[in-house]
Unconditional design. Structure first.
Length: 88
């Protein structure tokens, strides 16, 4: 995430904080600049194990990402990825 502005970083931090408040089981996997447009940011988080919670998360981040785009002009996409299964 080497080309994000200070405002983008603040918006990402606030978004992640909001996600953690509503979905404490979700954790950050990584943040990267979109290869399609360097002004866009992709945030990867772990998906909740529960399918209903996963759908709630997707709805939540869609609304928050849209608010950020409208209010600040920054595109921040959040991708919820399945948690890797441990191989015991």
């Amino acid at each position: 995430m080497n080309t994000t502005s200070q405002l983008q970083r603040q918006l990402i931090d606030a978004l992640l904080s909001d996600i953690q408040k509503h979905f404490p089981e979700v954790s950050l996997i990584g943040i990267e600049t979109s290869p399609e447009d360097s002004a866009d940011v992709w945030v990867s988080v772990t998906a909740p194990d529960d399918e209903d919670r996963d759908l709630l998360l997707l709805d939540f981040v869609a609304k928050r990402s849209t608010e950020i785009l409208i209010e600040h002009g920054h595109r921040i996409a959040v991708h919820a990825l399945p948690q890797p299964q441990s191989q015991d």
